[in-house]
Write a protein that binds this ligand. Structure first.
Ligand SMILES: C[S@@+](CC[C@H](N)C(=O)[O-])C[C@H]1O[C@@H](n2cnc3c(N)ncnc32)[C@H](O)[C@@H]1O
Length: 220
């Protein structure tokens, strides 16, 4: 990572000192299991599918996916070695064998059309608009024609209370990075990056605001 990307990099809970507490905080505050189960219901992966988890963090979503569909060819990628250590330790305890790679999502170390699906949770709100677009272009590049993108992240606030609740995330993770999320712009950005049929598919109310699921496809 260059000094410039390091300073723009938003760690899992906004501050590196909080990384060790990531799993319990997310479990207690985001209805994590409900929305991650919802994302996996939407994805309906089949054994043998090649799936990439972007910004996989401590690996919870990747491990849930493997538990549900044991034959997945699953790769998680994240820019933070501390989060990847947590992910590898959890995978070893569960007996699952996903591959976890360290890389920035703006320049993925995978060949074109390597994956059937790309998924991601709680990741895009860490990126400013230019980086969101770069990452979406990379996601499109590594997806096969007709591949799927499944995203769970903070979305347009469902009501004023949810908007107020979201201020906590903005304080932790930054106003600029999170603005596109709370304004509901992720589907527009997916379309701008060349995805088709980008749309919000479901919403969850949480103590930190509205969590949205999204789906988009690459052209066949
Ligand atoms: C809030 S955590 C989400 C982790 C996990 N997906 C989950 O649902 O719990 C965001 C993750 O994105 C990673 N991240 C932030 N910017 C990144 C980038 N540009 N490239 C790769 N990973 C990044 C952080 O290291 C962190 O692990």
């Amino acid at each position: 990572m260059t000094a410039e990307t390091r300073s723009a990099y938003v760690p899992a809970l906004g501050y590196r000192a909080l990384t060790a507490f990531y799993d319990p905080v997310v479990r207690l505050t985001t209805r994590e299991h409900a929305f991650k189960r919802g994302l996996l219901d939407q994805a309906a992966f089949q054994a043998g599918d090649a799936v990439l988890d972007l910004g996989c963090g401590s690996g919870t979503l990747a491990l849930m996916a493997l538990q549900r569909t044991p034959g997945l060819d699953l790769t998680g990628v994240d820019g933070d070695p501390a989060m990847l250590s947590q992910a590898r330790a959890k995978a070893a305890r569960s007996g699952a064998t996903p591959r976890f790679d360290e890389s920035l999502a703006q320049a993925l170390p995978y060949e074109n059309a390597r994956f059937d699906a790309v998924m991601s949770s709680l990741f895009f709100h860490h990126l400013d608009r230019a980086s969101k677009l770069l990452v979406l272009l990379e996601a499109r590049r590594v997806l096969r024609p007709g591949g799927s993108l499944h995203v769970a992240d903070w979305g347009r606030a469902a009501n004023p209370l949810m908007r107020l609740a979201f201020l906590g995330i903005q304080l932790l993770d930054g106003y600029v990075n999170t603005a596109d999320n709370v304004e509901g712009c992720l589907p527009e950005l997916m379309q701008e990056a060349g995805f088709e049929q980008a749309r919000e598919t479901r919403r969850y109310s949480t103590v930190f605001g509205t969590m949205s699921l999204y789906h988009a496809r690459t052209a066949s």
